[in-house]
Every structure is written in C-alpha cells, then in structure tokens.
Write a protein that binds this ligand. Structure first.
Ligand SMILES: [Mg+2]
Length: 365
C-alpha cells in the first residue's frame, strides 16, 4: 500500500506585546510605523474614545434612549487596528460590533447613535471615506458573501483596493463563511476575512462552537492562508491586517486572520452574561485588557503620562457628550420611513400597506 502525507499545514500566531505592555522579544524591532510614538498615541486615543462611547451608549440604552446595543468592551485593539490598517479606497464590510473601525473610517458618533436608536438614517454615512462601506450586518455571517461580491467587482475592475469583512467566532460555523472562503480562494479575490474570536457567540463558548483547533485553519480547506493574531495587541493586529491588505491590493489573493480577543461585556444590552459565564474567567480576561496594555507600553517608553491620561479621559467624555446632545435633539423620524429602503421601486403590496398606514394616521389626526 501507499501511505504518503499529501498535505500539511501550520497556523502562525503573531504578537508583539505581552499583557504587561512589554515587548515579547526585546531584541526584535517593531514594524516601522509602530516605532513612531505619535502614531501609537493616536491609536490609543481612539481606543479610549471607543470605550468612552461604549459606556455612554449603554447608559443611554438603560434609560430608554437607545435600542439594543452591542458593546465592544475588550475588543478595542481589534477594531482600531483594522480601522488604521484600512486604506481610504478599501471597502469595510462590518458585522455589528465594529463601530470602533467605523469611527476611523469617518462615520460619526451621531450616525452610530442614530443607527442603534433605530433609524436607518444612521447608515447613510456622510464621510467620503465611508461612502462605499457597507452598513452593519445583523444576520450572522452573511456579510462574508457581500464582501466576496464586492471583492469580485474590485477584481473585475482591476482596481488596487480590497474588501475587508469581519465575522465572529460563531459566524465561522455558517455556510456563508465557508462559501466565502471557497470562492475567494478559487477566484483569488482582493479580500481580507477577519475572524473576531471573542470566545463567545452570545452564550455559546468557543469550545462548543467547533472541534477545530483554530478558526484560522478553516482557511486552509479553501486553499488560502490563515493565521492568528493576538487581538488585544494593537500593534500586532494593525501590522498583520496591513500586510494582508497590501497583498490583496497587489492581486496576491485573500487572507484569513483570526484575532484572539475576549468579549468583556454582555453580548448586547439584551443579554446577561453572568447567567452563563464564570466570574473567574471574566476576571482573568480583564488581565488582558488591550487598552491597559498599550498604555503600559507607552508609559514604559515615557511616551505617555498620568497628566495626558487625565486630559484624554476628559476630552473623550466631552466629545461623546456633545455627540449625545446632538443625537437627542434630532427630529424624530417619520414612521412612514419604515416602508422605504427595502426596494428600489416599491412593490404594490408594500405601497398599499403604506397608504393604509398614512390614511389611518390622518384619521387619528
Ligand atoms: Mg463571538
């Protein structure tokens, strides 16, 4: 009999900083962009702003001023890293926890609040850099196929740009995810598929999600490279995503990156994670907080001070408060708008419903 190994693979894991903000390998040089403290300080500011926004948004939901809201607590390095790595010409295809990236794309806090307040006006991004980005995608995993479609258009037009899609750990169990992996390999699409592995799909832990040792290795079956990155290490995330995007721009094909992070919050404001998650696990995960890690790195290199930290906290809460004020003063959306935006041309059945609704509204005066 013949018994040869016909395929072998390995999955690399990338990390620069440990949880204490120290270089894992002190003799190794950071990527050139990360040697500039001003660049890292700016990334740090955005991570702190993201968390300040999160806190305020949850408070708004609790007081009935915002709808169900998904916090990104603990995942700030993933979203800010992606945002910084994306080039203006790229297309960002988010799921629904990704507004840290959206902020960097130029989406305003007001638009984000408007969306989570229940109005599609919040998806009509005004910034030129976000005009072609997709709106949030709530169904699990379907955004992967949307991104594959966009990446196909990019390839057909022979453009030097890429689509980047984010997908949760749970989303990688969906057919849409596998189909995306498959077609992006066959067609060598300009696509980066980011798996944001925050260890939980609502109440389903990672170990119950799949028997696969890593989520990144799912790429291998589609013939495309997959790797892991420490999702709580801003430098590692931004560097790996930048490299994957550059490769895609140059027609080098797709990449899957699994960012290992942790959801420190409930799934959304409609969830109570204390019912299924052990306190010890959460306490341990806090030891890995991405914001503390980058701050420690900056502190260790005299590139940040207690005073700057105090000022930053103040600036962020003022910025968020200003956005919240503007959001709350916004005129309410007409209920009629619920009928819009589903079709380019409204079908008769829907138009009839709208007319009935308007007639009823008029009757009620
Ligand atoms: Mg998850």
């Amino acid at each position: 009999m013949v018994n040869n190994t016909v395929a072998k693979f390995s999955i690399e894991y990338y990390q620069y900083l440990n949880a204490q903000g120290e270089l894992i390998n002190p003799t190794e040089k950071l990527p050139a962009w990360a040697q500039d403290f001003a660049t890292l300080q700016e990334a740090y500011r955005m991570m702190v702003l993201t968390r300040a926004f999160d806190n305020k948004a949850i408070a708004l939901q609790r007081t009935g001023k915002l709808g169900t809201y998904p916090s990104s607590l603990g995942q700030e390095a993933v979203y800010i890293g992606i945002g910084n790595a994306l080039e203006k010409q790229d297309v960002f295809c988010p799921s629904y926890r990704d507004w840290g990236t959206q902020l960097i794309r130029g989406v305003t806090m007001g638009e984000i609040l408007t969306y989570w307040g229940g109005s599609e006006r919040g998806s009509d991004f005004q910034a030129s850099t976000a005009k072609e980005d997709l709106p949030n995608c709530i169904p699990i995993g379907s955004q992967c196929l949307h991104a594959a479609g966009i990446a196909t258009a990019i390839k057909l037009r022979q453009q030097s740009r890429a689509a980047l899609v984010t997908c949760g750990d749970g989303g990688t169990s969906q057919g849409d995810f596998y189909e995306t992996i498959n077609i992006s390999g066959v067609w060598q699409l300009h696509l980066v598929i980011m798996i944001v592995n925050n260890q939980w799909a609502i109440s389903v832990p990672r170990k119950s999600q799949t028997a696969a040792e890593t989520l990144a290795q799912k790429a291998i079956a589609g013939g495309i490279p997959g790797e892991q990155v420490d999702g709580n290490d801003l430098i590692a995330v931004q560097d790996r995503v930048s490299r994957a995007l550059k490769k895609a721009h140059e027609g080098g094909g797709p990449t899957v990156i699994e960012a290992i992070t942790y959801r420190l919050s409930d799934h959304t404001t409609a969830d109570d994670a204390s019912r299924y998650r052990k306190k010890d696990e959460l306490a341990e995960a806090w030891q890995n907080d991405p914001i503390t890690r980058l701050r420690q790195y900056l502190f260790l290199h005299q590139a940040w001070s207690e005073n700057e930290e105090k000022q930053l906290q103040q600036i962020c809460s003022e910025q968020v408060a200003k956005a919240v004020d503007a959001y709350q003063q916004q005129p309410l959306e007409s209920p009629e708008n619920i009928f819009l935006h589903q079709y380019a041309t409204m079908p008769t059945s829907l138009a009839t419903q709208r007319d009935e609704f308007l007639a009823k509204q008029q009757q009620q005066g």
